[in-house]
Design a protein around this ligand. Sequence first.
Ligand code: DQA
Length: 145
Amino acid sequence: MQILVLHGPNLNLLGQREPTIYGNLSLAEINAQLELQAKDLGVNITCRQSNHEGVLVDWIHQAVGTFQGLLINPGAYTHTSLAIADAIRGTGIPTVEVHLSNIYARESYRHHSWIAPVAVGQISGFGVASYRWGLAALVDYCRTH
Ligand code: DQA
């Protein structure tokens, strides 16, 4: 099974960006943890990051036929991007949305997600564990559906 992991805008700054909110791990360290977990789960993952909405939309379109599931932290596009939501809806790729921080415990403008209604589910607030549990949940979903 091939899983696409997408990180949205500003997540390339992890490690230096607001560490009290997002933790000390860099994006490369998070991806390394996911690679190890993927081996244990017996799946392959491909991790990508972009600061550009259209690039993320293109990658979701191109995932069809290659990837069986999508793990995504859309960053701030969570709260603004109907385009990413439409790409997920339009391709039908099973998607799990993850966030390092608990978006519902933060500013009210972070409480709405365009992605949540088109995702299988969302995990928010557990730091890097949101990604790990998100990957486990996505693989379990893909194997049982
Ligand atoms: C985030 C939460 C978003 O509100 C924020 O814009 C991010 C990161 C998270 O992982 O907690 O960039 O998606």
